[in-house]
Ligand binder design. Structure first.
Ligand code: CP
Length: 335
């Protein structure tokens, strides 16, 4: 109930440019899911619903008093076993803006350090009766395990190299805002595709929404048979950037590589960095994206990261709205 008024509980009743009669929303007013684990199992209609709801929620973050009572009485736990700046903070801000109570737990301050397993940690949290648990873990499938074990809604905030669904949703919201629609766009995703959960979630989401997705990186960072996911593969920046509408640069995931996959970062930058010369190959109105954290001078130059085509910080702003939308929809959405 973002208006802060008594009565209807749906954000789309406000002046947000999204009407309740929007045809895409017919029959898809609520997410019929307990959990948000991956983009792979979302339909285009469900993606639209989340993005429309997020678009409606954005206005709340521009108010002087950035708080509505929508989730008053709900408890959200964020359980992070890996480092995070953007995802964890934006989940906390999103929950607080909806008036939920939030508790943040990180591995370094939990009883995991004393040898407690993920299952035991989860069961103990369940015993305190929260409503939603947001988890980031280095093991692919960790969120799925919790979802099968606990009655609470589980949100995957990144599991190993598997998926990062909320990142892809905020990326899709940003693209839709900037380009009007995702369908038909050429979107180049460049970098360490093999180890990137952001790449996987975006490939699932963007292809479902009708984009032409081109992935690019050194051969050893491109998974075998990735074409089966409906993408085109290329190995040079020239091919990837040519006439691109959107360029999404990825960080090299050194923490997930078993051995160095490129001789040096300097050489990597020479071939796969986005810079003032090669960006000219893309369309004039190209937008440049990056999920963060950025390694300046490696996958992107500072000039481009901070330049007029960059929407990197707008992605971060949209992260709050997307997470508000998910917390709301998983809590029951429209009553
Ligand atoms: N994009 C992203 O997941 O950033 P954090 O690791 O800072 O959460």
């Amino acid at each position: 109930m973002p208006t802060g008024t008594k009565g209807g509980s749906h954000p789309q009743g406000r002046q947000t440019g999204v009407s309740l009669s929007d045809r895409r929303l017919e029959g898809t007013m609520n997410l019929s899911k307990k959990d948000m684990l991956e983009i792979r199992d979302l339909s285009p209609e469900e993606i639209d619903l989340i993005l429309n709801t997020a678009a409606s929620f954005k206005e709340i973050s521009t108010r002087t008093i950035k708080k509505v009572p929508t989730l008053r009485g709900k408890t959200v736990i964020t359980l992070f076993f890996e480092a995070s700046t953007r995802t964890r903070t934006s989940f906390e801000i999103a929950a607080k803006r909806l008036s939920a109570d939030t508790i943040n737990i990180s591995a370094s301050t939990s009883s995991v350090l004393k040898g407690e397993t993920l299952m035991d940690t989860a069961r103990n949290l369940e015993a305190m009766n929260p409503d939603i648990i947001v988890i980031r873990h280095s093991a692919a499938g960790a969120a799925h395990i919790l979802a099968g074990l606990l009655k609470q809604s589980i949100i995957n905030a990144g599991d190993g190299a598997h998926e990062h669904p909320t990142q892809a949703l905020l990326d899709m919201l940003t693209i839709r805002e900037k380009k009007g629609s995702i369908e038909g766009l050429k979107i180049a995703i460049v970098g360490d595709i093999a180890h990137s959960r952001v790449a996987r979630s975006n490939i699932y989401g963007l292809t479902k929404m009708g984009a032409k997705v081109v992935i690019c990186g050194p051969a050893m960072m491109i998974p075998r048979e990735i074409e089966r996911m409906g993408v085109e593969v290329c190995y040079t920046m020239k091919d990837a950037l040519q006439d691109a509408d959107v360029v999404m640069m990825l960080r090299m995931q050194l923490e997930r590589q078993e051995k160095n996959l490129f001789p040096s970062l300097r050489e990597y930058a020479q071939y796969f960095s986005l810079n003032r010369d090669n960006i000219r190959l893309a369309k004039n109105d190209v937008i440049v994206m990056h999920p963060g954290p950025i390694n300046r001078g490696v996958e992107i130059t500072s000039e481009i990261a901070d330049g007029p085509s960059s929407v990197i910080l707008e992605q971060v702003t949209n992260g709050v709205a997307v997470r508000m939308a998910l917390l709301y929809l998983l809590s029951g959405g429209v009553k």
